[in-house]
Design a binder for this molecule. Structure first.
Ligand SMILES: [Zn+2]
Length: 372
């Protein structure tokens, strides 16, 4: 299978344009036309992981964290990151990263952690708004409707979830009088014209609006086509957002919850750090893959008993503990996010059948190696 085909599958699940503005996701190195027979999935594109990809003879190393988040002017093998690029390119292995675009959606990082913790009734802790969309309405003579409708849907209008070419057409009468200077496709200057037309309604994601309108104007037979572009409300998307919240099948003490969570995440030198009364009973669990400081207030407002995340800093943690009973569980960043990898492997294996082998990295990329 071509690398481009594998990536278009991955980008359908984790659209790169939904990544945060500061993020750098996508193909780092590799030829989209190259063949892929073996994929390695990992959290961090560090040297040990690149070595693992080479030893495995992988054609694609798909990671969560970007290699060059802040840009670079050199990929010389004089730096660890440059050596990663060299090692992979020398052995014909592409490198691809799906980062913040993989955090929020269904089948993403936070949802994978929620599933691994056995949560039920899982929903985003902070839902994303649906992708900005417009309703495009245009009017076209019956005889030209099919052609113009096809032109706008080919340009990307009418895409809803796993459907494309979605539109609604209703009949009516169009009226107009061409004035001096007009060059009408139908009718004559000075005569009031009545034409059998249809009204076509179609959803357009705002990021393809320009392309769709250009296609409409190019395909429409009229000199002055009539059309409306109506912006739609930014409703919450129940299927995607930052973090997740859900409930345990049975309430349990914070101590029991932490002990169970410790068996769910890969072992790290630091283990889990817990803040709260070990005998307090917890049932509602909020969580966020990666550094989740930014959702502390949200976890409080949502009524969580415990918040599971990584890289919690002293002040935010201390301030929350001072004013509320919200318990905190801090888990190693890479360990938490690695729970996404088996989910991604299963999706790839299901979609690609047996044409491609998919492996999950066994390298522990947590930088903390021991404690005293
Ligand atoms: Zn991360």
């Amino acid at each position: 299978m071509r690398l481009a085909d594998v990536l278009s599958l991955v980008e359908g699940w984790y659209p790169p344009h939904r990544a945060d503005d500061w993020d750098r996701v996508g193909l780092v190195c590799g030829d989209p036309d190259a063949q892929v027979r073996r994929i390695l999935l990992a959290v961090d594109p560090v040297l040990a992981v690149a070595g693992e990809a080479v030893a495995l003879d992988a054609d694609l190393l798909l990671v969560h964290h970007p290699l060059y988040l802040r840009g670079t002017s050199s990929v010389a093998a004089t730096t660890p990151k440059g050596r990663v690029v060299h090692q992979l390119l020398t052995h014909g292995c592409a490198l691809y990263s799906a980062h913040t675009n993989a955090d929020a959606p269904a089948g993403g990082v936070s949802e994978a952690i929620a599933q691994a913790l056995g949560l039920e009734e899982v929903r985003p802790l902070e839902a994303d708004p649906v992708e900005p969309r417009d309703k495009l309405v245009f009017f076209v003579p019956v005889a030209d409707a099919e052609r113009v409708r096809s032109a706008v849907t080919e340009a990307g209008a009418g895409a809803i979830g796993y459907y494309d070419s979605a539109s609604f057409t209703s009949p009516g009468e169009g009226r107009f009088r061409p004035l001096v200077g007009a060059n009408p496709a139908i009718g004559r200057v000075g005569d009031l014209e009545v034409v059998d037309e249809v009204r076509v309604e179609v959803l357009v994601e705002r990021r393809v609006r320009g392309r769709v309108l250009a296609a409409l104007l190019a395909a429409h037979p009229y000199e002055e086509p009539a059309y409306d572009v109506v912006p739609l409300a930014a409703l919450d998307d129940p299927s995607r957002g930052s973090g997740r919240i859900g409930v345990l099948a049975e309430p349990m003490t914070l101590r029991a919850f932490a002990q169970e969570a410790a068996t769910v995440f890969p072992r790290t030198a630091g283990g889990l750090r817990v803040a709260g009364d070990p005998d307090a009973v917890v049932r509602t669990v909020a969580l966020c893959g990666g550094a989740g400081d930014f959702l502390l207030e949200r976890a409080l407002a949502a009524g969580a008993d415990v918040y599971v995340t990584s890289d919690l800093r002293h002040h935010p943690a201390s301030e929350v503990r001072e004013r509320d009973d919200l318990a905190l569980v801090d888990v190693a960043h890479a360990a938490a996010e690695s729970l996404w990898l088996p989910v991604l492997r299963d999706r790839l294996v299901t979609a690609l059948d047996d044409t491609v082998e998919v492996h999950v990295s066994t390298v522990n990329t947590d930088p903390w190696t021991f404690r005293v």
